[in-house]
Design a protein around this ligand. Structure first.
Ligand SMILES: [Zn+2]
Length: 121
């Protein structure tokens, strides 16, 4: 029986079970070597906090763009934080705090391509 997928602690994407993890699946928490070395930095935590506080200041069904969190945390270099902001949003989805939407519909954060919005769960 194939174990249930889990989510990457760093990027928040789904990790599908693979044969190579047969003996170590319980220890797998990152989807890739890149995510293992990246882990979750203090800036990443700041982005999570920023997303939650931006949402808390809006109406319950309102959405924000990841760029708003990136701008709030990053000042002039906020563009470098766009992908980290999306990663933060995916971690928050896994925590049950938010959902990610595209054109008003909730989407799978692992596979969503293109612009996303973030809404409270
Ligand atoms: Zn990952």
């Amino acid at each position: 029986m194939t174990p249930e997928p889990k989510t990457c602690r760093s990027c928040g994407r789904t990790i599908e079970w693979r044969k190579k993890w047969e003996r170590s699946w319980d220890d797998v928490v990152y989807c890739s070597a890149g995510c293992r070395s990246r882990r979750v930095s203090s800036v990443d935590r700041d982005l999570e906090q920023s997303i939650m506080s931006l949402l808390a200041s809006r109406a319950s069904g309102a959405t924000i763009c990841p760029s708003e969190a990136a701008r709030a945390v990053g000042d002039d270099d906020w563009r470098d934080l766009m992908e980290p902001a999306r990663r933060a949003a995916r971690r928050l989805v896994n925590a049950g705090d938010v959902v990610i939407t595209q054109r008003g519909s909730v989407v799978d954060p692992s596979t969503a391509k293109g612009p996303i919005r973030i809404r409270r769960a």
